[in-house]
Design a binder for this molecule. Structure first.
Ligand code: GH3
Ligand code: MG
Length: 320
């Protein structure tokens, strides 16, 4: 396992706190503005602080502002803090968000209920600023470490792009989504040309470096937030392009091919040219009830084979 960490393609940080690259985001929820003010004083210098005075407003801010931690009052008119916490924990997008209750309720019953609905901690009012600050920092660090581990499971250690596991999951998800919306889904598979010779002549470490350069060059060609590049296998990459037809995917594949050539990675032993090149297989289809995601992979693989047999350093595509 390599120890060097790379930023992931969607630019989310892989290292807690240190690599966050921004102030951590804190959401303070209390129906009494004076209580919010007191907590705001504690955190304003080190955190980006959002404030809500009701449960529904808090849930809206959780979805819009993606806080890293919530400090939540229990007793509020309408939706109380327990219910807000329950809804956070029931939402797949929010369930990893740590919730700390800050409340005048110091009885064990309230505390137990708070922990049962999924809070990570419970702070009683009146609070000691130093203690609140320290506890928040601890929970935040744990949360960011969890994010880091969750991401590492899906990131290729050599190149920093998504790995095969992520690709498999994403393809299935995009396939279902395309089926529901009756939109087309495209796949580009990319294979480095004469890469065995590259390794044989320049060495395996230079080969690794070349794979990193290929990955980041491919990544640099993506234009839409939903598009992704993954390392599919050794020197093979795969790109999933939602809502993309064959013409659009071919366009991108040709840009990728040109960009790898333009990177001018010397390859004196390639039969294509003096630089490293890739071949690309492109396929697109509209999933219906009878199609399988594997058919898209097979179709793109066939096109890759065609691109290779026509001389490499090119893209070949077909409707699957
Ligand atoms: P073609 O143009 O037909 O694709 O030929 P090729 O030589 O690229 O294909 P082949 O499948 O024969 O060789 C792939 C090579 O990729 C062999 C393998 O050692 C190398 N490779 C796979 N994974 C890695 C890796 O992580 N690092 C390095 N340096 N090389 C790798
Ligand atoms: Mg190859």
């Amino acid at each position: 396992m390599r120890t060097k960490l790379y930023l992931d393609p969607q630019d989310r940080p892989l290292n807690p706190l240190l690599q966050l690259g921004r102030k951590p985001r804190l959401l303070i929820v209390d129906d009494q503005p004076v209580n919010i003010q007191a907590l705001y004083q504690v955190f304003a210098a080190d955190y980006q602080v959002f404030m809500a005075t009701s449960g529904p407003q808090a849930l809206g801010l959780c979805r819009d502002k993606h806080p890293d931690l919530v400090l939540l009052d229990i007793q509020m008119p309408g939706m109380d803090g327990f219910e807000v916490c329950r809804q956070i924990k029931a939402d797949a997008e929010l369930q990893d968000l740590p919730v700390v209750f800050v409340t005048a309720h110091s009885e064990p019953k309230a505390e137990t209920e708070g922990l049962e609905v999924g809070a990570v901690d419970f702070i009683s009012k009146p609070f000691n600023p130093a203690v609140v600050r320290a506890r928040v920092k601890t929970h935040l660090t744990l949360k960011l470490q969890g994010d880091l581990l969750r991401q590492m499971v899906f990131i290729d250690g050599l190149t920093g792009v998504y790995n095969r596991r992520f690709f498999d999951e994403r393809l299935e998800r995009e396939f279902q989504r395309a089926r529901r919306s009756a939109s087309s889904l495209a796949l580009i598979v990319v294979d480095v040309d004469y890469f065995k010779r590259y390794n044989d002549h320049y060495g395996h470490l230079a080969g690794d470096e070349a794979l990193r350069a290929v990955a980041s060059t491919l990544l640099g060609q993506l234009k839409r937030p939903g598009d992704m590049v993954s390392r599919y296998g050794g020197e093979e990459f795969a790109c999933i392009l939602p809502e993309t037809d064959l013409a659009g995917a071919m366009c991108l594949a040709e840009e990728m091919e040109a960009a790898i050539r333009a990177a001018h990675i010397a390859h004196a032993y390639s039969d294509v040219c003096a630089h490293l090149t890739v071949s690309l297989g492109v396929a697109s289809f509209k999933p219906d009830g009878t199609r399988l995601a594997e058919e898209l992979i097979q179709a793109a693989d066939q096109q890759l084979y065609l691109a290779k047999s026509k001389g490499r350093g090119r893209a070949s595509g077909a409707e699957a």
